[in-house]
Design a protein around this ligand. Sequence first.
Ligand code: IVH
Length: 671
Amino acid sequence: MDDLTRSRERINSLRDTLNYHNHRYYVLNAPEISDEEYDRLLAELKDLERQHPELITPDSPTQRVGRAPAEVFGVVEHPVPLLSLANAFTLDDLRAWWKRTAELVGATQFTTVCEPKIDGLAVALTYVDGLLVTGATRGDGFRGEDITKNLRTVRSIPLSVLKNAPPRFEVRGEVFLPKEGFKVLNERRAAQGLPLFANPRNAAAGSVRQLDPSVTAERPLDIFIYALGWAEGVPLPDTHWEIMDWLRSLGFKVNPLITRSRTLEETQEIYDQWIQQRAEWPFEADGMVVKIDSLRMQDELGSVGREPRWAVAYKFPAVQGTTRLREIGINVGRTGSLNPYAILEPVKVGGVVISHAALHNEEDIRRKDIRIGDTVIVQRAGDVIPEIIGPIPSLRTGEERVFHMPTSCPVCGFGVVKPEGEAVHRCTNAACPAQALERIKHFTGRDAMDIDGVGEKLCETLFHAGLVKDAGDLYRLTKEDLLQLERMAERSASNVISSIERSKERPFSRLIFGLGIPHVGQEYAELLAQRYTSINELAAASTEELTSLPSIGPKIAESVHAFFRQQRNLEILDKLRNAGVRLDRQREKASNAGQPLAGLTFVFTGRLNRFARPEAEARVTQLGGKVAQDLSRRVSHVVVGDEPGAKAERARELGVALMNEAEFLRLLGED
Ligand code: IVH
């Protein structure tokens, strides 16, 4: 076979493979290979096409930047095409790019700008006379989708720019979901039984390409602007760096991490630092974009196809990997939930060895068709628990086993039930030791009583030694008790005792949260602590009374009521009381006075975009304000969200101050 024939065959096979994976990624949302593997295949195809330009066809995967625009959205023509970026995977790749660039511009020295490559969705925003008129996706680079209405809901996109803006210009940037927002969105979806997004990128893309902008508005999207597309009627600065400064001054959000560098070594140092730090960044980034700073040099260098020669994406190590799912284990949670988790053959993903991953619940395992023994794709996103994206069915051997939830609790052997309408299975034994231990861990945890030095490990040791059977026993521990334990020295024993002692004065809301009442998270605990002055008062509340509180539905009310009717819980409270743990909010009351919202009472009506209602209410109470359900003369402000109810109208009649969401956020100091 001659070289040309061999190349033609390889090119055809690469195209088929890439098209297949494109479809899995974009259409089915079920990738089989990691982004890095995909990029490598694409790089090989590009290389072959460079050697044999006569074999390039218009439908080759190398000839398109992204998906063609969908019919449902209007089409926006990009006057200046949106380009893609060439990749560098290693320092050698970057060195080669640096050397080639230096030769092409005939300079030994040049400045570059290093920017995090955000993993989101590229958009182009056009402003005319200072107003945002069009927002579009990249599409195929020449024509994108008109998603103006959706982008208008993204808070960090200015709808108007004030100072000396050119009469017409376009900026480009990446819309993304911050890690925290992604987590919250998936938690909300899990609670609603909706399929979860695999990563922030998919979630951002899905959110922006919604037909109903109000859905987009509920997603906490953000943007970083990384380029000026074009501008009419103004002289422009000489460098990309100055352009970024100027755009920032016009009100655009530019990534604060962007940095200038002058040598390859300096660039590599920044890259190494970023790899170390990126787990702490609030957004996902999959690499570092290195751009030539001088706009004159950028012009000189131009592009090859869709890729500018003046920039390169220096990719971070992959955060996805593939490995074998050895077994599915079960953890029993604090409320008796049976939580499956994956036991994996250890694999290095993004520099970290992973041997366990989250598996949510049985339905999720079924939906993804994950079987024991499968080769699976695992993903590590920042500091969150690694997750299984899905199996690679083509690698099955026939030996794989379908997973079934056990019918009895793996810890205590009692029966397991799946309550109607819930996704989780639960152990039916209220005295299950696994639950008791988890409740102790929860009580001592950072968000609850925050008992420093009593971590999960020590809880386990104390529990198994029979020294602590419930949270109340913690306060009966003596130094002598602790000294019996292995590896417990005099000094640490004293520290543990004094931090348990200090926890007696924790705020009332933390205590309520720490009790682990089913369905009562931090925000509801805050709300209850605001309403009731002591645990006795809360324990005496009827279900009807609890249900009448703002945001408390029958499920939570019943759960709270039932909690205080269980002998076991009353015994724990007795132990806490006898030990002198604060079970009321006496002392905090006095400190309320200096807080920003002290003396103000808020009523909410309509939907807020930034927060869910309980969260907004919790913010108010955290800042010393009060929340009321109904209008009265005591109410100082009515916060009016989207589609408000009759309360807004009544407030107007009563002459109570109305405020919109933006004003409310400003008051909270969150705008
Ligand atoms: S510059 C020619 N800067 O990466 C310049 N792109 O693979 C192209 N991206 O479509 C864009 N962060 O969506 C640039 N700081 C950044 C970026 C960035 C993310 C995305 C962008 C682009 C893709 C290129």
